[in-house]
Design a protein. Structure first.
Lengths: 112, 119
């Protein structure tokens, strides 16, 4: 089964509003990452947060991580139509294993 | 800098034919991943390599699928014989894998994908 599960599955907001997306996972991780996928394109890395970090910012993106609840959230502030895409969380693990486990993604639609 | 390069971008073939997908990772990256994406199953990891060595192929659907990485700059994913249920977008990704404080982190860089249609 996939490790990360995003919530909601789909989100529609008006341009200028904030978008909050959540991700839950089941086992211990050493990092969690968020990716964006525009229609017909490959995934693009947005941000990585390590298991000993609680919050991280990058431009209009804010990511939080709560390891006690095994959950993360991605906040996009002041959304733009160009933010319309699918967003995926991916979890990485301690040790030599370098793979990530991706969730099924959240479809974000930002209406102009 | 060129990103991950995949070819072909689109492939339409008939059931039973052999299909070969190609990937050139970003220079200097030591991990390479093959994924398959469908609406029904989402993004699935098929196989990944570290330093050209296959590490985990548990996601490869069956013996019809095989992957090779003969050198650090090239990998192939082959399906023989192909079936209609193999229709999907296949992504290749590479990662530089960096270490910090005893832990390893691995941001992945994805190629544009190959859209495979098996008729």
């Amino acid at each position: 089964s996939q490790q990360g599960e995003e919530d909601p599955q789909a989100l529609s907001i008006q341009e200028g509003e904030n978008a909050t997306m959540n991700c839950s996972y089941k086992t211990s991780i050493n990092n969690l990452q968020w990716y964006r996928q525009n229609s017909g394109r490959g995934l693009v890395h947005l941000i990585l947060i390590r298991s000993n970090e609680r919050e991280k910012h990058s431009g209009r993106l804010r990511v939080t991580l709560d390891t006690s609840k095994k959950s993360s959230s991605l906040l996009i502030t002041a959304s733009r139509a160009a933010d319309t895409a699918s967003y995926f969380c991916a979890t990485g693990y301690t040790g030599a294993n370098s793979k990530l486990t991706f969730g099924k993604g959240i479809t974000l639609s930002v209406r102009p | 800098d060129a990103g991950v390069i995949q070819s072909p971008r689109h492939e339409v073939t008939e059931m039973g034919q052999e299909v070969t997908l190609r990937c050139k990772p970003i220079s200097g990256h030591n991990s390479l991943f093959w994924y398959r994406q469908t609406m029904m199953r989402g993004l699935e990891l098929l196989i990944y390599f570290n330093n050209n060595v296959p590490i985990d192929d548990s996601g490869m659907p069956e013996d019809r699928f095989s992957a090779k990485m003969p050198n650090a700059s090239f990998s192939t994913l082959k399906i023989q014989p192909s079936e209609p249920r193999d229709s999907a977008v296949y992504f290749c990704a590479s990662s530089p894998q960096f270490s910090s404080g005893g832990n390893r982190y691995n941001e992945q860089f994805f190629g544009p994908g190959t859209r495979l249609t098996v008729l």
